[in-house]
Design a protein around this ligand. Sequence first.
Ligand code: KIV
Length: 266
Amino acid sequence: MDADRKITVRDFRKMKQKGEKIVTVTSYDALFAKIADEAGFHLLLVGDSAGNTVLGYKNTIPVTLEESLMLTAAVARGAKHAMVIGDMPFMSYQCNQDEAVRNAGRYLKECGADGVKLEGGSLYADLIRRLVNSGIPVMAHIGLLPQSVLKDGGYRLHGKDEKEAEALLNDARAVQEAGAFCVVLEGVPDELSAIITKELEIPTIGIGAGPFCDGQIQVITDILGLGGSYLPKHAKRYTSLAEQASQALRQYASEVQGGSFPEKRQ
Ligand code: KIV
């Protein structure tokens, strides 16, 4: 792939056909977007996980469209090559299709995003079709849907029994048929995500869905050790940035208080 240009939805299909793994991560500002972009990530999702990770809410439900648009614009300013996808927050697409299309369009027109993500399978297939027909690339999201946490009574693996597995396979087929360019599988058993991945022509991007997906997504604060002591089972901490930041800030504070910083100028 030409490193000097933007990655597109067509690259995603080609990568799947060639068996090249797609690497993606969430991003909420221009600073980390630039770092991930330069590290060669293919897609940056401005997840509504921003609710938990950077906005200080207890889940994704309170995130507003305006908050999501602001974060998406920042990420788009930081990323040159990776696709930037805005994650439509709770109640920005559920009420009616006209409003959903108008809201989705704002990510492209006002933020410079390359597409949107929304949670939901077969029930949202018509909306996905309409968005795609309007020129808006859609990343679908099925399985565990964090925006349904209150309805579901918590977070759990989806598709464990035969009935749920069949429903998830149908959701995957429906979002592909509606024109989604890829689909996130969240909290899905490994064997089921392997079956879905084999069946679909569009790439599957897994989180808590095992190693057989076409690509993976992780929440950036989890993998960088910025998310406090809690680490979801599906995540892996690659470094401990919070500890390093805390140490540096304490040292700065102590040097200011002790009078050794700043040093006297000559
Ligand atoms: O909001 C988010 O970060 C997500 C990903 C974890 C897929 O939806």
